[in-house]
Design a protein around this ligand. Structure first.
Ligand SMILES: NC(=O)c1ccc[n+]([C@@H]2O[C@H](COP(=O)([O-])OP(=O)(O)OC[C@H]3O[C@@H](n4cnc5c(N)ncnc54)[C@H](O)[C@@H]3O)[C@@H](O)[C@H]2O)c1
Length: 409
């Protein structure tokens, strides 16, 4: 499928967004020599924004030139991180208006992404924008339109797209190593209340924006967006429908967003992505499984491990007697093939296991310099963001939502 087809007519074809080659040079595109520092402006240098600054500072030839935030303590925190003073602004338009900035990083809460990312792209600068790309389908459409019309480079903060062990594992899955892939299961289970300390109670909704519906789609968006992006990557398309549920089961502390969420996304041919987030039990941690009829892959933030299906022929002999634990029983009662696999599996070997965010930041700089389309481009961001927006709507309205026209750009 061609990129144009995806953009104009359909909700499928995420895989086809990979590797379109060079962006058409645009007026205002980064035009300095590779030796000149790339000057970044950062909007929203909070927790994630500061992490991005930390990683961008590890990339040679990058200068953090200005930051913008509405919460005053962020400026001192950023300066401490940088080890020097930095120009700062309270309004995103002032930062975007600066003439001494080559690229813009946006890490505000999601409800500002649509407006700020679109304005930054339309100012003629490449953008690294945090996930989830948009807070509504329209936000995400606006960003795709701004990227297309400005011909600027947009990279979304789905950093696992850059993790070598994800890339290699999914390459092997696409090559057929675990057979026909029908399911992806994503677990992101933690044991903490997700609440941040608030020095001044008037800042509760600014600091704990994740807990309020006016500013957050909750766990589904904050954690599930990475995982639905991986499912889109594995299946090569966006989902076709979703239903989801959630509740507040543990943290009755005035929050509005759920502390546990479950979602089932259907893709073509009956394939499914199932997502679960818990906030009060961490035994499963953060892990994503790709299941095929010949094997499985476990993907984590540190590695990827392949497991292969055992011979299941014993299932065929359901009527023959089986002796187990000193008793004669039927094969259908045998536990032999039902115990979880506890072997070590085969770890994917790649040269680089560095932090995926560092790899993503470095790729942003090198791709902008080379005028090369990013792997995690606006279509990747769109696919995940729309899946999350519609999943959240399905959960809120307690009904199944079909993507169809809802997902068209
Ligand atoms: N890619 C990842 O792995 C990852 C990890 C964590 C967070 N994130 C994403 O990063 C974004 C920020 O998350 P966070 O945890 O850093 O939140 P945060 O609250 O710590 O930081 C957000 C910052 O934006 C500032 N801000 C709020 N409104 C603003 C406005 N109108 N103009 C300018 N600044 C404004 C806040 O004061 C704060 O400093 C979210 O979209 C989140 O989903 C991504």
């Amino acid at each position: 499928m061609k990129r144009r087809d995806f953009l104009q007519t359909t909700s499928t074809g995420i895989a086809a967004s990979i590797g379109y080659g060079l962006l058409k040079p645009a007026a205002g595109a980064f035009a300095q020599s590779a030796a000149a520092p790339m000057r970044l402006g950062v909007i929203g240098p909070g927790s994630r924004g500061q992490e991005l600054i930390r990683q961008f500072m590890r990339v040679p030839g990058v200068d953090i030139t200005a930051v913008c935030d509405i919460y005053e303590p962020r400026f001192a925190q950023t300066e401490q991180l940088l080890g020097h003073t930095v120009a700062h602004h309270h309004d995103y338009r002032e930062l975007i208006d600066r003439k001494d900035i080559d690229a813009i990083v946006i890490a505000t809460p999601p409800k500002f992404h649509g407006k700020y990312v679109s304005a930054a792209l339309r100012s003629g600068r490449p953008v690294y924008g945090e996930k989830v790309m948009g807070f509504s389908v329209q936000d995400s459409r606006d960003i795709v339109a701004a990227a297309r019309e400005s011909k600027q480079h947009y990279q979304v903060g789905h950093e696992y797209r850059y993790a070598p062990w994800f890339i290699e594992a999914i390459r092997r899955v696409h090559a057929g190593e675990i057979g026909k892939v029908t399911h992806v299961y994503g677990y992101w289970h933690r044991n903490n209340d997700w609440r941040r300390p608030v020095p001044n109670p008037k800042d509760e909704r600014l600091i704990n924006w994740r807990l309020y519906k006016e500013s957050s789609m909750g766990l589904l968006a904050e954690l599930g967006s990475h995982m639905v992006d991986t499912a889109n990557w594995v299946f090569g398309s966006m989902p076709e429908s979703v239903f989801a549920s959630g509740s507040i089961v543990e943290f009755h502390d005035g929050r509005e967003t759920d502390d546990n969420v479950q979602a089932i996304y259907s893709y073509s041919e009956g394939r499914r992505f199932i997502f679960s987030a818990l906030a009060n039990n961490a035994i499963l941690g953060n892990q994503l499984w790709i299941y095929g009829d010949k094997g499985s892959v476990q993907l984590t933030i540190e590695d990827a491990i392949f497991f292969y299906e055992k011979d299941s022929s014993a299932h065929l002999a359901a009527k023959s007697p089986v002796v187990e634990k000193g008793m004669t029983t039927g094969a259908s009662y045998s536990t032999k093939n039902e115990m979880p696999y506890r072997g070590e599996g085969e770890k994917v070997k790649v040269d680089n296991y560095e932090d995926a965010t560092l790899t993503a930041c470095r790729s942003f700089i090198t791709d902008v310099r080379a005028n090369k389309r990013p792997f995690a481009d606006e279509l990747v961001g769109y696919g995940a963001a729309v899946a999350i927006t519609l999943g959240y709507q399905a959960k809120e309205e307690e009904r199944l939502i079909r993507f169809g026209d809802n997902a068209k750009v």
